[in-house]
Design a protein around this ligand. Sequence first.
Ligand code: PGA
Length: 129
Amino acid sequence: LKKSIALIAHDSCKDALVDWCLSNREQLSRYSLWATGTTGSVVGAKTGMDIHRVLSGPLGGDLQIGSKIVCGEIDILIFFWDPLASQPHDPDIKALLRVAALKNIPVATNQATADFLIASPLLDGDKHL
Ligand code: PGA
């Protein structure tokens, strides 16, 4: 069974996520990809990658991804959140980050950490994935 990565980016960060996905296309192709609604549309359209989508973040998509994490169905979270904008669904974002910490899955909240994560030799092991 393929491991799963969830991709989420707030609006001002979507271009950065698209660029990151293009730079890491080969590595990402080994995973089943999930995303919140708009992130999935934008990244899918601009990269050609096949991405399963849940609802848009403000409509509950972050909670759907969180629910999948709780169920053990998401193994890695790439979440480029905007540190300069307040979000109407801030409580959902907090819940998502809480369950990701609870389940001890690798989380990248910016491009630098995502680069470290995707280059990690631990990706091929069983320690966290
Ligand atoms: P979106 O949601 O991918 O539907 O834009 C992301 C978010 O706001 O958490």
